[in-house]
Design a protein around this ligand. Structure first.
Ligand SMILES: [Zn+2]
Length: 167
């Protein structure tokens, strides 16, 4: 496995264990050349999927490519990689079990947005802004307002602790 930081091929596995839902094996790796640490997951692939792009082209579904675009959206956000892995696993399983050998790139984008929305609001907005290519500023504002509304709702559901410490 090539080191994502320096490109060395000498990386070593430090630790290997199944994920919580036992659907994949998580391996922690370290690169002896640059000291970089990263995690890989090994999993079952049920079948080949083709993606129908907007251009009309068909390309094989590429999980790694999908993962990279999700990681870009999650950059510098503290989200457990295992939660991300589970989200992507669920997404791929949905695609694989839909009964069609082909899926549109739009459908994948919608599923990623649904998933990211639950994981991290900032990553969701980042992904959505690239994916939807916000032609108009109001689209962007609509999403931000939507998220702000959800955050306010979530706050209302928390037990009120502010009253207890006051004078
Ligand atoms: Zn390295």
């Amino acid at each position: 496995m090539r080191c994502p930081y320096c490109g060395s091929l000498e990386t070593q596995v430090k630790d290997s264990r199944p994920t919580e839902d036992a659907s994949s094996i998580r391996r922690r790796r370290v690169c002896p050349d640059c000291g970089g640490r990263f995690t890989t997951f090994e999993r079952v692939q049920l079948r080949e999927l083709m993606v129908l792009k907007k251009s009309g082209r068909r390309v094989p579904f590429d999980r790694e490519k999908l993962m990279r675009s999700i990681e870009i959206a999650l950059r510098k956000r503290s989200v457990d990689p295992e939660r991300v892995e589970r989200m992507v696993n669920g997404l791929v399983r949905q695609l694989e079990s839909q009964g069609e050998p082909e899926v549109t790139s739009d459908r994948i984008g919608e599923l990623v947005m649904e998933g990211l929305r639950l994981l991290d609001g900032v990553a969701y907005v980042r992904f959505a802004s690239v994916y939807r290519n916000f032609g108009e500023a109001r689209d962007f504002r609509a999403i931000v307002n939507e998220l702000a509304g959800e955050a306010a709702e979530a706050e209302k559901r928390l037990p009120d602790t502010s009253a207890s410490g006051g004078a």
